[in-house]
Design a binder for this molecule. Structure first.
Ligand SMILES: C[S@@+](CC[C@H](N)C(=O)[O-])C[C@H]1O[C@@H](n2cnc3c(N)ncnc32)[C@H](O)[C@@H]1O
Length: 419
């Protein structure tokens, strides 16, 4: 495609994502469905440019106050993630000069807000939580996440999958913590590989894999994945259960549960029972009261731990939405806890970085439920063959940070119901 035409398309995509009226990944995939002729490298340049605008939106909007052309074109030129020669081929001397002038600005002299590119309601609690580590987190969240795979150990061995990927020209390293993980840098097309279609691997961030390790569902048990969605964690739990016992996958969204079906078919698991529920107090759930060995609550949350992949969330979430989520999290956790039998295990997890959705919810839960006692994360994870588990534990909770662990941000608390 001619550079001018590609830049125009990139500008159009940026125009759509900065409206912030829908999730960026939905907009990007819809855009590519419409523009089918775009090649792999062109798609990559366009998507990464749109994401770069979202990551550093405050900075780019500030810099784009100068220059000419539409605001979206200026943002696109500033954030361009394709080759530089391509960008040069699409612009005239005036834009060239403007870009050079902007590049000469010393970013370190800019106000703090333009350097961290976060709304105050998010920057302030993170600074309070992390102190000097706030800036390494900011830096890490501006990076593109690596691609993590979870090996389906019900079907395959990690070293065999690694060798098969190597044969396909893909270098995959063993993840530092998860006993089932492989990490790939770059974005090779995996969907057509035999090991993907036959269900030997699933794409899953190492952090998500560690939540399944914390629940440690075993052979023959009754297990509930209370907020199963498209079943990323369900599949990991089914594999640790070695396809035995009974694993209920609940969610209020039938659409999300639909997404589980093809993955389940690939996985070879037949112990999973997906069911759409109306809400967390659904009659179907009540029948399971006190009968379940292990319950996972992968709660709906702000998703702010996934900013590397979903940078639009920092602009689309709000303090009000956060408060509503916290009410929901408390209600779901309360209902899910009723299912756990004496001696059974409950795990509450989010992919949020904020205390408000994490420690605060967990602390309020134990205050209201003295029959649940914390299972310290380090020892619990170590017993599930997680390497260097002590690095993941903060005050007994699993706490994953992008800049410390190179995973998405996650929180999880595991409790045992007293017998
Ligand atoms: C963080 S996502 C789950 C992701 C999923 N566990 C995975 O690994 O792919 C949270 C899910 O909670 C679901 N949810 C929201 N309210 C719920 C409720 N009251 N009861 C059960 N699930 C609920 C949402 O539909 C969403 O799929």
């Amino acid at each position: 495609m001619h550079p001018n035409a590609l830049l125009d398309l990139a500008t159009e995509l940026v125009r759509q994502v900065v409206k912030l009226d829908a999730p960026a990944d939905t907009i990007v995939s819809g855009f590519f469905k419409y523009h089918r002729a775009l090649g792999q490298r062109e798609r990559h340049a366009l998507a990464e440019t749109a994401y770069a605008v979202l990551r550093q939106r405050l900075l780019y909007v500030h810099l784009a106050q100068s220059g000419s052309g539409t605001m979206e074109r200026r943002l696109t030129l500033l954030a361009w993630q394709g080759t530089d020669s391509f960008r040069r081929g699409a612009i005239g001397p005036n834009e060239q000069k403007w870009l050079a002038d902007v590049a000469a600005i010393d970013r370190a002299t800019l106000p703090e807000k333009l350097r961290h590119n976060l709304p105050d309601w998010l920057a302030n609690p993170l600074k309070a939580e992390l102190g000097e580590e706030f800036w390494p987190l900011v830096e890490e969240m501006d990076k593109v996440a690596a691609l993590d795979l979870r090996v389906n150990t019900f079907k395959a061995k990690r070293e065999d999958v690694q060798a098969e990927l190597k044969e396909a020209g893909i270098d995959a390293e063993i993840t530092p913590y998860s006993p089932w993980g492989l990490r790939i840098h770059g974005k090779p097309a995996l969907q057509k590989l035999a090991l993907f279609t036959r269900g030997d691997v699933e794409v899953q961030d190492e952090g998500s894999q560690l939540l399944a390790a914390l629940l440690q569902a075993k052979r023959g048990e009754m297990v509930v994945d209370f907020c199963a969605g498209a079943g990323g964690k369900t599949l990991a739990l089914g594999a640790t259960m070695r396809n035995t016992g009974r694993l209920y996958a609940f969610d209020v969204s039938g659409h999300r549960l639909e997404g589980l079906k093809p993955r389940l078919a690939r996985s070879g698991l037949s112990n999973v029972y997906p069911a759409q529920i109306a809400h967390e107090r659904d009659e179907r759930i009540k029948r399971l009261t006190g009968k379940i060995d292990r319950v996972l609550v992968d709660a709906p949350c702000s998703g702010l731990g996934t900013l590397r992949r979903n940078p639009d969330l920092k602009w689309r979430q709000s303090p009000k939405a956060l408060e509503e989520l916290c009410v929901k999290q408390t209600a779901i956790l309360d209902s899910a806890a009723r299912l756990v039998k004496p001696g059974g295990r409950l795990v509450y997890a989010t992919c949020s970085l904020l205390r408000r959705e994490n420690e605060a919810i967990a602390e309020a839960f134990v205050a209201a439920h003295p029959d649940f006692e914390l299972l310290p994360a380090a020892a619990t994870l170590a017993s599930a063959h997680v390497e260097r588990a002590e690095e993941l534990d903060v005050q007994g909770y699993l706490r994953l940070w992008p800049h410390r662990h190179h995973t998405d941000g996650f929180f999880a608390a595991a409790w045992q119901r007293k017998a």
